[in-house]
Design a protein around this ligand. Structure first.
Ligand code: 5CA
Length: 437
């Protein structure tokens, strides 16, 4: 991609409406544009990052045997009346009428809709367990949308739903999701802590929030620092190992303020191990058994041919929120620092360009072609601008590697720099090796 052709409306002004760093940086780097309160357009740079996050989420859902599908954003109110949540959900739900006067709504979540899909086709225990998910826009008319993409009205969520014959089987599905979430956040280079949480309007009595530490977070958290010592990758993908993994995590104290009790915290966690800080909720999983299958009459035949209510759970990841949350967890001064797995580009080539000397740009174009041939996603800064402005811009965009083509680059050797560290002179072959790693 040539920067001069890319749609990336970078601004130098500090956006006054943005209170936290991720929001400021996303606006300044031209990743998003507010359309109205809590509603954003995703511009090419922001969209590229979000799509990379989405792909990692998808791969880790597929790994545990979940099947992707797509449900609509607009839902009929009928199913919400059946579950009893049409009134309970309150003003956060955007209610609309079609031209026939039918009550519709913009889905804030999909428990009802998936139960309706499921009950119309699955009749026997033989088809269980089932894990279904989609990645789709949601709408919640948040009373105070804020912090950019972190708390908005329209946001992009992965939501998965599990269907099982018994509580015992359902907990196995819950454990698989628990594992998938830890793996997903690991691949995003985030340390997410699973925390015992309240279930709110989704319901049920078993629930974990996955929270990443960040000063700007909205959740206050209390934890034993031993929770950081558990490595989720040491567990195998089988039911007993996954159960042990959840137990290992759950027996260490980690709660959000809704569940916090001072006496318990002091009794259970040694003073020197106590962490009291703030975090961002990036995922939330729920087990709620019959909560939707009962009012919606979602029955299946068990092994003896007896009708039984299916046991369900739901599992959300805030895909659009993660873009902001990752910036919050990783930024350093004015520099966005993307984990390599989701960086908008693998590398940026920055030639010193001037009107009366094309040599550097020509060299840069040759390097560009060679890297593209290796499937490396390259940004070429072909803009005629002084180098100090270019560096500021690339610090802001946060591509992790730079190839600088100026006085220090000679022949097939180029100045190569990892963001936030010193540059070195390397041959193109060595650069390719580093980028392919
Ligand atoms: N049905 C369940 C699980 S699928 C559910 O909706 N859970 S939730 O309400 O906790 O949302 C799941 C995730 O979506 C949250 O962990 C959070 O990361 C993200 N999320 C929720 N509300 C917003 C919002 N207003 N703006 C951005 N992301 C949000």
């Amino acid at each position: 991609m040539y920067l001069s052709k890319f749609f990336i409306p970078i601004t130098k002004d500090l956006p006054t409406e943005a209170k936290i760093k991720s929001h400021q940086l996303m606006l300044r780097a031209g990743m998003i544009k507010q359309s109205s309160a809590g509603i954003y357009s995703w511009l090419p740079l922001g969209f590229k990052v979000m799509k990379k996050i989405e792909q990692i989420v998808r791969e880790e859902q597929n790994f545990i045997g979940a099947h992707e599908m797509l449900m609509p954003t607009i839902q009929s109110s009928e199913i919400w009346k059946e579950s009893g949540r049409f009134d309970d959900y309150g003003e956060e739900m955007l209610r609309i009428k079609d031209r026939q006067g039918r009550e519709m709504l913009y889905g804030p979540t999909n428990e009802e809709l998936i139960t309706d899909v499921f009950r119309s086709s699955v009749k026997s225990y033989k088809s269980l367990p089932q894990l279904l998910y989609h990645i789709q826009w949601k709408f919640r008319d948040e009373i105070r949308p804020r912090f950019g993409v972190m708390r908005c009205k329209e946001f992009y969520m992965k939501d998965a739903y599990s269907f099982d014959l018994s509580d015992e089987e359902a907990k196995k599905s819950y454990n698989k999701m628990f594992y998938s979430y830890l793996k997903t956040f690991n691949r995003l280079d985030l340390k997410a802590i699973p925390m015992v949480a309240d279930t709110g309007p989704i319901g049920g009595d078993l629930s974990h929030e996955f929270v990443i530490l960040a000063e700007s977070g909205e959740s206050k958290i209390y934890a034993d620092k031993k929770i950081f010592e558990i490595d989720p990758t040491q567990y195998n993908f089988d039911d007993s190992s996954l159960q042990k993994m959840r137990e290992d995590f759950t027996k260490i104290y980690a709660v959000t303020d809704e569940k916090y009790k001072k006496d318990n915290f002091n009794k259970l966690v040694k003073k020197e191990n106590q962490i009291i800080t703030k975090g961002i909720e990036v995922g939330h999983i729920f087990y709620f058994g019959n909560k939707y299958s009962k009012p919606m009459n979602c029955l299946i035949d068990d092994k003896d041919g007896k009708k039984t209510l299916v046991k369900m759970g739901s599992y959300g990841i805030g895909v659009s929120r993660l873009v902001g949350a990752i910036i919050e967890a990783k930024y350093n001064n004015e520099i966005m620092k993307w984990p390599k797995s989701i960086s908008p580009f693998d590398v940026v080539i920055i030639p010193k360009v001037s009107k009366n000397n094309n040599e550097n740009l020509e060299k840069a174009e040759k390097v560009y072609i060679q890297l593209k041939k290796q499937n490396i996603d390259v940004l070429l800064d072909d803009v005629d601008e002084n180098m100090s402005n270019k560096f500021k811009k690339h610090d802001l965009i946060g591509v992790p590697y730079q190839i600088i083509i100026g006085a220090k680059s000679e022949g097939d050797n180029f100045e190569f720099k990892e963001l936030n560290s010193k540059s070195e002179i390397l041959s193109l072959e060595k650069i390719k090796l580093k980028l392919n790693r």
